[in-house]
Design a protein around this ligand. Structure first.
Ligand code: APR
Ligand code: PHB
Length: 391
C-alpha cells in the first residue's frame, strides 16, 4: 500500500488531519488500533475555541456543530458560596466558545471520511513505524494474522499519550517534561438538563467541582477525587450529594439529577515531549502533550497542531519545506502557553492537601482579585477562549 501520509490514530487529531489533507488534495491513510465504536465510546471534554471551530469548518465538517453546538459567552466561578460570572465576550472583544462534545466532533469526522470514501484501517494490531529518519518511511501492522505495509512520504503520529509513535523515537532524541497532580476527576454523564446555562467551575473546601453540558438536555459533571478512588465505590447518589455540597445554594437546589450514562475517573497530568518532529515523523495532539482538563485545552491543542501540520504538508507538496521545518517550534510555543494556563487554572481551583491553610488563603485572595479586576479577568478570558494562531 502507498499513501502520501500515513496517520497513526483515529482520534480527533488523526481524523481532522485526514480531513484537512483531503481538502488540500493530499492522500492519507489512517491506521487505528481500536474499532470505530471503541473510539466513539470515550467521553472527553467539550469546549471548542474559535480556532478549532474554524478548522472544523475548513475541513468541511462543521455543519452539525453549528446546528447543535451551544455558543457560550461566559463562564461562572464559584467560591465562598457565591457565583461570579466571567464575561468572556465583553472581556475579549466579542469572542465566545462552542460547547460541543469531542465525541460528536469525532463522529462528524468519521462520517465525513466515510462519505468521501477515504480509508481508515481499524483494529490494526502491532502497528510499527520504520525508516522515518530517511525519505521513505513505512508503517507496518497486522490484521487477521497477515502483515501489511504502507509506504509513505510522511508519518503523522496522532496516536495519543499511550501510542507507539512517540515510543518509536530514540530516547536520546526526545525530551519530556511532566507534572502529575495528586488527585483525579470523577466524571458523570446524565440525561438531565444542565444546572445552569453556562459552565460553573467551583473551588470548594471539599474539592473542585465542574458543571458542564453536552446539550440542553445532557449534562456532564466532575468532582475532584483522590487519585486512588475506585469508580465502583461512587454510587450515583453519592456523586450527586457530593456535587450539591460543592455548589452554591441556588445551584444545589436547582440541580436535576438522574441515572448516570457514564462514570469514570481520570488522572490529571501536564506533559510535553520536545521536539514534535523527528525526520519524517510528526507528533500531534496527545501523542506529544497532555494538559489537565481544567480549561478544556486538550482537543483545541490537538486541532491547532494538525492545522499547522496540514498547512506545512500542503506547502511541502507545493515546493516549500518552511512549514515542516518550523512545525515543532510553532506548535510548542502554543502548547506551552496552554500548559501554563491549564496548570494555573488547575492550581487555582483544586484543593492541594500539601499546601495547607496558607495555600487556601492564597487561592481565596487570587479568586477575589480575579473576579474584581478587569485586568485579571481578561487574562483568564483570553486564555479560555483561546490564544490566536500565529504564523
Ligand atoms: N496504533 C494505532 N492507533 C493507536 C495506537 C497504536 N499503537 N495507540 C493508540 N492509538 C489510537 C487510540 O486508540 C486513539 O483512537 O490513537 C488514537 C488517539 O486519540 P486520542 O487519545 O483521542 O488523542 P488525540 O487524537 O490527540 O486527541 C486529542 O484532546 O480532549 C483531549 O485528551 C483528549 O483525546 C483527546 C485529545
Ligand atoms: C467537559 O464538558 O467535559 C469539560 C468542560 C470544561 C472543562 C473540562 C471538561 O474545563
Amino acid at each position: 500500500m502507498r499513501a502520501q501520509v500515513a496517520i497513526i490514530g483515529a482520534g480527533p487529531a488523526g481524523l481532522l488531519l485526514g480531513a484537512l489533507l483531503h481538502r488540500a488534495g493530499i492522500d492519507a491513510l489512517i491506521v487505528e488500533q481500536r474499532s470505530a465504536d471503541h473510539v466513539l465510546g470515550r467521553i472527553r471534554a467539550g469546549v471548542l475555541e474559535q480556532t478549532t471551530v474554524d478548522l472544523l469548518d475548513a475541513a468541511g465538517v462543521g455543519e452539525r456543530m453549528h446546528r447543535e453546538g451551544l455558543l457560550h459567552d461566559g463562564i461562572e466561578l464559584c467560591f465562598g458560596g457565591t457565583r461570579h460570572r466571567i464575561d468572556l465576550k465583553t472581556l475579549t472583544g466579542g469572542k465566545h466558545v462552542m460547547v460541543y462534545g469531542q465525541t460528536e466532533v469525532t463522529r462528524d469526522l468519521m462520517h465525513a471520511r466515510d462519505a468521501a470514501g477515504l480509508k481508515t484501517i481499524y483494529e490494526a494490531e502491532h502497528v510499527s513505524l520504520h525508516d522515518f529518519d530517511g525519505a521513505h518511511p513505512r508503517v507496518r501492522y497486522q490484521q487477521a494474522g497477515a502483515t501489511h505495509e504502507i509506504e509513505c512520504d510522511f508519518i503523522a503520529g496522532c496516536d495519543g499519550f499511550h501510542g507507539v509513535s512517540r515510543a518509536s523515537v530514540p530516547a536520546g532524541a526526545i525530551q519530556v517534561h511532566e507534572k502529575v497532580y495528586p488527585f483525579g476527576w470523577l466524571g458523570l454523564l446524565s440525561e438531565t438538563p444542565p444546572v445552569s446555562p453556562e459552565l460553573i467551575y467551583s473551588n470548594h473546601e471539599r474539592g473542585f467541582a465542574l458543571c458542564s453540558m453536552r446539550s440542553l438536555h445532557r449534562s456532564r459533571y466532575y468532582l475532584q477525587c483522590p487519585i486512588d478512588d475506585k469508580v465502583e465505590a461512587w454510587s450515583d447518589e453519592a456523586f450527586w450529594a457530593e456535587l450539591r455540597r460543592r455548589l452554591d445554594r441556588e445551584a444545589a437546589e436547582s440541580l436535576v439529577t438522574g441515572p448516570s450514562l457514564e462514570k469514570s475517573i481520570a488522572p490529571l497530568r501536564s506533559f510535553v515531549a520536545e521536539p514534535m518532529r523527528f525526520g519524517r515523523l510528526f507528533l500531534a495532539g496527545d501523542a506529544a502533550h497532555i494538559v489537565p482538563p481544567t480549561g478544556a485545552k486538550g482537543l483545541n491543542l490537538a486541532a491547532s497542531d494538525v492545522g499547522y501540520l496540514s498547512r506545512a504538508l500542503a506547502a511541502f507538496y507545493a515546493g516549500s519545506e518552511e512549514g515542516l521545518n518550523h512545525y515543532s517550534e510553532r506548535c510548542l510555543r502554543r502548547v506551552w502557553k496552554a500548559v501554563r494556563f491549564s496548570w494555573w487554572f488547575t492550581s487555582l481551583m483544586h484543593r492541594f492537601p500539601e499546601t495547607g491553610v496558607f495555600g487556601q488563603k492564597l487561592q481565596a485572595a487570587e479568586l477575589d482579585y480575579l473576579v474584581h479586576s478587569t485586568a485579571a479577568s481578561t487574562v483568564l478570558a483570553e486564555n479560555y477562549v483561546g490564544l490566536p494562531l500565529r504564523d
